[in-house]
Design a binder for this molecule. Structure first.
Ligand code: HSE
Length: 291
């Protein structure tokens, strides 16, 4: 029997659409795995009523199948589904790392990223690694079709999750089909700045590098109060603010002493729009851990 913890993630970080990801210190999914003849799944915790327990419809069932590692799997969800915080990826990451250990399959963490990404395809339709990579490897990750680059970082963050639902399908439908050369130059500049900021653990550079004038403005329309929340966070000292993943969570990079005030300001700004919200005061942290 094994207990595995896999963190929430923020994948995009503004300028890194479908490429950048970061592991959050919290929240996290905690998954208990036990060898069995056939795979069975039980889900409790945040939003568990919306998550299928049928192994054919659950991301961890696909991971167990791919590793030929049947198990009884109990998932305690810390990461609510449809949050923009990599909920299904956290479960897939925990299952991949845990079942690899339980059955002694011997895959490397990088190989497990690909396996967990296939599991993600069960719920999202396409295998994408931008959330599973940071959930497994920790730190800041750059996921490309030909592999993943990773660097440890510990930038302080606030992830503010409003009680509204934005479907990933809707959030992807509003992404523009293309961009002008001038916009490409801006996005490349932001993305490169953010990557250097992560390598140096510099909150100012990371915040500056979150700027994105292409995908984020289109998605902001789907999140009631986004502009006010962003403004409130910046006024309280955030170095940068953007949508986490496909939303509706909003993520702010900051310096440690400002984190508490930023969290309060973001929650208050959502509440001023009649939207309940909670804020996680966290930082970029470690990947999946076995207990
Ligand atoms: N990078 C993806 C997006 C994450 O922003 O649509 C969705 O899970």
């Amino acid at each position: 029997m094994l207990i595995v913890r896999a963190p929430a993630t923020s994948a995009n970080l503004g300028s890194g659409f479908d490429v950048f990801g970061a592991a959050l210190g919290r929240p996290a999914d905690v998954v208990r795995l036990e060898r069995a003849e056939r795979t069975s799944i039980r889900v409790t915790g945040a939003g568990s009523q919306y998550i299928p327990e049928d192994p054919d419809e659950n991301t961890v069932g696909a991971v167990a199948e791919a590793l030929d590692a049947p198990a009884h799997i109990e998932i305690d969800k810390g990461v609510r589904p449809a949050s923009g915080l990599g909920s299904s990826a956290a479960s897939a990451a925990a299952a991949a790392v845990g079942l690899n250990e339980l059955y002694g399959r011997g895959y490397s963490r990088e190989e497990l990223v690909s396996i967990a990404a296939e599991g993600e395809a069960v719920v999202s339709g396409t295998a994408h690694a931008d959330n599973v990579a940071p959930s497994i490897l920790g730190g800041f990750t750059v996921a490309r079709a030909d592999g993943v680059a990773q660097v440890d970082a510990s930038i302080p963050l606030v992830a503010c999750l409003p009680e509204i639902v934005v479907s990933t399908r809707d959030a992807r439908a509003v992404v523009p089909d293309g961009m002008r050369m001038e916009q490409l130059v801006d996005v490349v500049g932001s993305a490169a700045t953010l990557a250097i900021g992560m390598a140096r653990d510099d909150p100012a550079l990371v915040g500056t590098g979150m700027a994105d004038g292409v995908v984020t403005p289109a998605r902001a329309e789907l999140i009631a109060g986004y502009d006010a929340v962003r403004e409130a966070a910046l006024e309280s000292g955030a170095t940068g603010v953007t949508i986490s993943g496909a939303g509706p969570a909003v993520i702010a990079a900051c310096r440690e002493p400002d984190r508490r005030e930023i969290a309060g300001a973001m929650v208050d700004a959502f509440e001023a729009e009649d939207v309940d919200a909670r804020a996680y005061q966290t930082r970029i942290g470690e990947g999946t851990t076995i207990h």
